[in-house]
Design a protein around this ligand. Structure first.
Ligand SMILES: [Cu+2]
Length: 125
């Protein structure tokens, strides 16, 4: 092969690997809420085609402060709902919205958009 052919082949292999990784790597992401001086365990969630991270782990017994930053304008993700906590928040595009939750018992608490198309889980341990 000529150097040009090697280069083109290598670029092709890299592109294919990139596409494969995009589909094979799990899209879900887990993060741990971090205790802060506010007394809350805090986590930031990006809202764009879903929730990132979509699994937030917190400790039982301390209140939880979730900050949502919505980076899209579609109506779907306009509101995030926490049915177990009977609360929800409106998420204007580009604004960081804070949602405080009380200390919770160990368990898994789902959150979602109003229609239930985007979903995430708050895990309390
Ligand atoms: Cu939706």
């Amino acid at each position: 092969m000529t150097p040009d052919q090697i280069l083109v082949t290598a670029a092709g292999v890299l592109a294919i690997a990139g596409i494969a990784a995009f589909f094979l790597v799990p899209r879900g992401s887990e993060t741990r809420a971090v205790a802060s001086s506010s007394g809350f365990q805090e986590a930031l969630i990006l809202v764009k085609g879903g929730y990132t991270p979509d699994r937030i782990v917190a400790e039982a017994g301390a209140p939880i402060r979730l900050s949502f930053l919505r980076a899209e304008s579609g109506a779907c993700s306009e509101r995030v709902v926490f049915p177990d906590f009977r609360t929800s928040a409106l998420l204007p595009e580009g604004e960081k919205i804070i949602l405080d939750l009380p200390a919770a018992k160990p368990g898994e608490y789902g959150f979602q958009c109003e229609m239930g198309m985007l979903r995430g889980t708050l895990v309390v341990r």
